[in-house]
Design a protein around this ligand. Structure first.
Ligand code: GTP
Ligand code: MG
Length: 200
């Protein structure tokens, strides 16, 4: 899929105020600093459409970006960020949970995980929760540039075998690097296929 346009639409913490039209949307979720906002910039060929930072906790709201005028990418705050106050954490958790439970336009959640780490309890719990709530999701491994190609295969195999202790099948997954532009076509084609199936 070619990205012809990508525009910021709105930020808010209230799911009821998110765009009201029924365009399909795809949300990026995962631990703070995993690279959600960077991936949005990589996919859309824009340097700073979504705000990024080396310090975790940058994205604090639900951010809608409209792509090619007919579908949305949604950038969300990270979960598991220890340095925000307890009450801020609760507020994040509340609106993230509400977003996923109420947003009917959500076609697929992408759960981002850093390719260098083993499955983390917080990611496993979140995927479990998505499963229980019948919210379709795929996994995106980020920061693949930080590993050598051989190590990437090994990490993916280890991740898979850990996942298979909880899941019957490994969810769909993608290997990406926002700094090296890896995984872009695969992800955009996947989204395009999902969009096309919706309008069949
Ligand atoms: P929050 O908004 O705080 O939840 O973080 P985020 O998940 O949106 O992460 P963000 O995109 O802001 O990136 C965090 C840091 O990781 C930044 O310093 C990015 O430059 C870096 N980063 C993101 N993606 C990649 C990648 O593919 N490779 C490398 N090497 N660094 C990356
Ligand atoms: Mg962010």
């Amino acid at each position: 899929m070619e990205i012809k346009s990508a525009e910021f639409v709105m930020s808010n913490s209230d799911v009821a105020k998110c765009p009201k039209n029924n365009l399909p949307e795809y949300a990026f979720i995962g631990r703070s600093n995993v690279g959600k906002s960077s991936l949005i910039n990589m996919l859309t060929n824009r340097k700073s459409l979504a705000k990024t930072s080396g310090r975790p906790g940058k994205t604090q709201l639900i951010n809608h970006f409209i792509i090619n005028g007919n579908w949305y990418l949604v950038d969300l705050p990270g979960y598991g960020y220890a340095r925000v106050s307890k009450s801020a954490k609760k507020t994040f958790q509340k609106f993230i949970t509400e977003y996923f439970s109420k947003r009917k336009q959500l076609v697929c959640a992408f759960v981002l995980v850093d390719i260098r780490h083993k499955p983390q309890p917080i990611d496993l719990e979140f995927m479990q929760w998505l499963g229980e709530n019948m919210i379709p999701f795929s996994i995106i491994f980020t920061k693949a540039d930080k590993l050598k190609p051989g190590a990437i295969d090994k990490h993916i195999e280890d991740y898979k075998s850990d996942m298979l202790q909880f899941w019957e099948d490994m969810p769909n997954y993608f290997i990406t690097s926002s700094s090296k532009n890896v995984g872009k076509d695969e992800l955009l084609n996947y989204i395009q296929d999902l969009n096309q199936n919706l309008f069949k």
